[in-house]
Design a protein. Structure first.
Length: 272
């Protein structure tokens, strides 16, 4: 009976959490005039017209926005996986002056809001003529600026026996050889976790993309969705919900496919 009650409670909680998503899918199949007049989940007169309308109603094919987001996400994933793993390896295995102090400073950046450094970063990117380009979103990922992923990998590397490093060093490996032949293959669960979260967070990132991108053909999915709303006129709610459903598909697919690796990576790093 306890298990039945527990499952019933979890199922009820899942339905509550999923209700906004189900309502959005239902709203994407209704006309604008019916979206808020009939709040139920089952549309009376379902139609796919919102998908065709939303795909081109902003003046640019929505596929352009999806491609822009995919380009940025792919670059960020590659940058975070490479540079964060190198930085984590240095903190976890190398002994150098100020290592603990630098590691503490790096962890402190996790608690620093992005808005605090926004003006300084914008000034730097403006002087580099990178405004209205993808570089402000891509380049920081190649400088290991995400302390969360560095910390995650440091915890994982510390769980790898040091004796493996000693054996590789006896066979003639240096720091680079140990990283490439020993650490990197064993680090795969944390690398997959980093890649997945980097993709999801970058795909959903609205603030920085709104700040740095202005040309319509360079906008990403989150900023493009904002274009369906008009504070001074009529908003295209049907197209907004339809394209929101389309936008969720890549994230849901990535999470479902790699769900086990996400849990394994988090469990092995002690952040279960």
């Amino acid at each position: 009976m306890k298990r039945v009650l527990a499952h019933l409670g979890l199922s009820a909680g899942a339905l509550i959490m999923l209700y906004p998503l189900l309502w959005m899918v239902s709203a994407s199949l209704r006309k604008n005039t019916d979206i808020f007049d009939h709040p139920g989940l089952i549309p009376e007169h379902p139609t796919l017209g919102n998908y065709a309308l939303g795909w081109s109603s902003t003046g640019t094919s929505f596929g352009v926005y999806i491609m822009n987001s995919l380009i940025i996400c792919a670059a960020v994933v590659i940058g975070n996986v490479i540079t964060c793993s190198l930085t984590a390896y240095a903190f976890a295995r190398m002994r150098f002056v100020g290592r603990k102090a630098l590691f503490a400073v790096m962890l402190g950046t996790i608690m620093l809001p992005a808005h605090v450094t926004l003006i300084a970063q914008y000034s730097i990117f403006r002087n580099l003529n990178w405004i209205d380009t993808f570089w402000p979103m891509i380049v920081p990922s190649f400088l290991a600026t995400d302390a969360f992923f560095v910390f995650l990998m440091v915890q994982f590397i510390r769980s790898i026996p040091v004796e493996l490093d000693d054996a590789a060093r006896i066979d003639g490996c240096g720091y680079w050889g140990i990283y490439r032949r020993i650490i990197l293959p064993l680090l795969s669960p944390a690398l997959v976790t980093t890649a997945i979260f980097s993709f999801i967070w970058t795909w959903n990132n609205f603030f920085s993309q709104l700040i740095y991108l202005s040309t319509r053909t360079r906008l990403t999915v989150p900023v493009a969705l904002r274009g369906f709303l008009d504070a001074t006129g009529s908003s295209e709610w049907g197209g907004l919900f339809a394209m929101s459903v389309v936008t969720l598909v890549p994230v849901v697919v990535v999470f479902v496919v790699f769900q086990r690796r996400i849990l394994a990576g988090m469990a092995h790093t002690g952040l279960k």
